[in-house]
Design a protein around this ligand. Structure first.
Ligand SMILES: O=C(O)CCC(=O)C(=O)O
Ligand SMILES: [Fe+2]
Length: 349
């Protein structure tokens, strides 16, 4: 499916001034993954006004998005309610909203291809490690059979299961007071093997993993760019890929506006940019995100059915199932990346 493209409104674009709803797409500035707001969180905040068809990056800045509603009246209600005011559901940020216009396919520049690496060292992202064949084909079958006998929770485009603690998608956090129980016995061999993981010099406490999210992605479904909330989870985040491959893209935004008193200054100068790198995650591989990779880089699974890996066309399989293992954090995060840290940022309102 070709991703719809929208353009920033110009003075001749339909404007909100006439009071008439003239587009179902809104151009929203001052929110996005560069300031810790995932596309899912933005969709949830706007869904109060009507059906949200999608949230897309408006440009490379990470602080401007397009929110696409199913109809123009929902877009109008959202624009009138949220424009120029701090939005409590989006970390109190003041949003700058205009109607947007869809760009014709012929005007669209195809420029979002990032070369895909097969090995972690090629990416040169500190704290990122990929171990191929972390589990055998037999273990993979057993893990898939175990989750397939348990109930799935249906999200808009994928299904999930939570163990240890429930992950709340609206807040992108966990309720530490509501423990669901111990991790299931079918992950015990994985946890044992993780303790032998190469490159681990973390404190053992942060490695007593107690939260598991199982994600099942049908072919063509990805995950919007995000950094796992710093205050929710400790340093090490493990993700085991099963049943099918995917591409994971990593993005580092050079300007994060947590600390900028007026984000409009950053917007006007247009000086934010992002570095993109991509890694092929084969089935049965284990990915570790720690340190800079965990705290400062967004990770993202493009919504593609077909990926280009070193000139080869790789078709996504009917499903990819991932096991994400993390340790819930019980104290504020004190990482070295305050510009990306919800525990350390000064809220802007
Ligand atoms: O599916 C994956 O490998 C990643 C999942 C993820 O990033 C998350 O649950 O936060
Ligand atoms: Fe994540």
């Amino acid at each position: 499916m070709v991703k719809p493209r929208f353009v920033r409104p110009t003075t001749s674009s339909p404007s909100s001034d006439a009071g008439e709803p003239n587009s179902s797409n809104l151009y929203v500035a001052n929110c996005g993954p560069a300031v810790g707001l995932s596309h899912d969180a933005i969709a949830a905040a706007f869904a109060v006004f009507g059906e949200v068809k999608g949230v897309y990056a408006a440009d490379e800045s990470g602080v401007r998005v397009i929110v696409s509603f199913a109809d123009r009246f929902s877009a109008k209600s959202a624009l009138e309610a949220l424009n120029g005011r701090p939005c409590p559901d989006l970390n109190g940020r003041s949003l700058h909203i205009r109607y947007s216009v869809r760009q014709l396919a012929s005007e669209t520049q195809v420029n979002d291809c990032v070369p895909v690496s097969l090995v972690d060292s090629e990416l040169n992202i500190p704290g990122l490690f990929l171990v191929p064949d972390f589990v055998s084909v037999e273990e993979e079958q057993q893990l898939l059979a175990a989750v397939d006998t348990r109930p799935w929770i249906g999200l808009a485009k994928r299904r999930v299961q939570h163990y240890g603690y429930e992950f709340c998608y609206a807040t992108r956090n966990v309720d530490t007071k509501k423990k669901l129980g111990e991790l299931p016995s079918f992950v015990s061999p994985i946890l044992e093997r993780i303790s032998l993981f190469p490159n681990l010099d973390n404190d053992p406490e942060s490695l007593s993993l107690d939260q598991l999210t199982v994600n099942e992605y049908p072919s063509g479904v990805g995950l919007s760019p995000h950094i796992d909330t710093h205050s929710a989870f400790e340093d090490c985040i493990f993700s085991l890929s099963l049943a099918g491959p995917c591409i994971m893209e990593f993005r580092k935004y050079s300007v994060s506006t947590w600390k900028i008193a007026s984000t409009t200054d950053a917007e006007k100068s247009g000086n934010s940019s992002c570095i993109k790198k991509a890694l092929y995650l084969p089935p049965r591989s284990m990915l570790l995100l720690s340190g800079e990779a965990r705290y400062a880089w967004n990770h993202y699974i493009p919504h593609h059915k077909i990926d280009m890996v070193k000139d080869k066309v790789i078709r996504r399989s009917p499903r990819r199932v991932s096991f994400t293992l993390r340790k819930v954090r019980n104290h504020p995060c004190r990482c070295e990346y305050p510009q990306y840290c919800d525990s350390q940022h000064q809220k802007i309102s």
